[in-house]
Design a protein around this ligand. Sequence first.
Ligand code: GLU
Length: 441
Amino acid sequence: MTTTRFAPSPTGYIHVGNLRTALMNFLIARKAGGQFILRIDDTDPERSKEEYVDAIKADLEWLGLHWDKVERQSERLDRYVAAADKLREMGRFYEAFETPTELDLKRKKQLNMGKPPVYDRAALTLSEEERAALRAERGDGVWRFKLEHERIEWEDGILGHTSIDAASVSDPVLIRGDGQFLYTLASVVDDTEMGVTHVVRGSDHVTNTATQIQIIQALGGNVPSFAHHSLLTGPQGESLSKRLGTLSLRDLRASGVEPMALLSLMARLGSADPVELRSDMAELIEGFDITRFGAAPTKFDVNDLYPLTARILHERGFEDVKRQISDIGVPDDLAERFWMVTRENITTLNDLEAWWAMFRDGAEPVIDDEDKEFVAEAMALLPEGPFDDATWGQWTSAVKEATGRKGRGLFMPLRKALTGQSHGPDMSQVLPLLQNIKAKG
Ligand code: GLU
């Protein structure tokens, strides 16, 4: 069965970059009728926080990216111990005692000599006594996986044929000095035991993939299909890494972005196909094809989300927004009319509040000098409320008759006097919503 997973570390809120990964994995699983696992990569007890686990779930649920099961790495430590033992028995695992400063020095020397900064495997030459002495002096060492020095190759779902020389990569540390298992091992054990068939993640993981393929093979697991999507940049191609904090799903949600706007954009951004606004998950799944994505960095502009959001809202039926409208205090008898009048004039649902305030309190009138007398005369002719659909027509006919004005010269000053704006919804629809008219004095 096709099985994918989204594997965030709960050390912060997830952002658009994470969403790209989550969405691709989700869509692959759903398209194949397979299973989508939410895997919480929480092997780091200091940085992992329960509130972020909850937040990640809430963000995915908001988007409708429902998972089939949740796995937590912190509950699987015994599995990692077993895998580590296995690697040790096979002679593919060794303890190393260099301090970070020593490693840094080694790297600098290598770079000075024009060599790639790859760990020199000095720990492999330590005798049993030297190891014991170092352990006594420095405590437990880190455990490194001994790579086979050969080319590691795979057919990447996005990058195509990919090949990395294992000799150009340091033997990865899989267990820290304090005994903490690192992601590189935990992920391999999980992917193997959970039957993960496809792994999509950012291209910053390409080197990891190379080493993980060797670890999977050493442990006797099946190597999944890998695909590495490009990283997102800002609209000008600038790095997004520092700004991703402001592009959290939580903030986008608060800014009024609609889930389908975000999903539609992310399901196509960086692919050869144009962005198409989808109306539901089934369409999104249907239109997704990972082979259409390219390796080049993908430009993301948060502003692209708002026109898509507006398009969704323009079509939205009243039943779907009833609760939000009642929440901002619109009386039930006006609620549906309020929605029909405003939906084409908003970008996000957050805009509704200002519209309701305008209808409830009345707008500051805008009256040009040459219209002062005209507006005063018209206001005197305005009947007492409540107004209905016919009021505007009847009133403007009466005003036309009394003043001789017609067309734009008649309607525009009245619109500006009542709404404070020179454009907006049909006035015959606006008038019945107006609870107060400041221009009436
Ligand atoms: N926890 C890892 C990360 O967030 C998962 C990477 C992977 O998909 O394997 O980078």
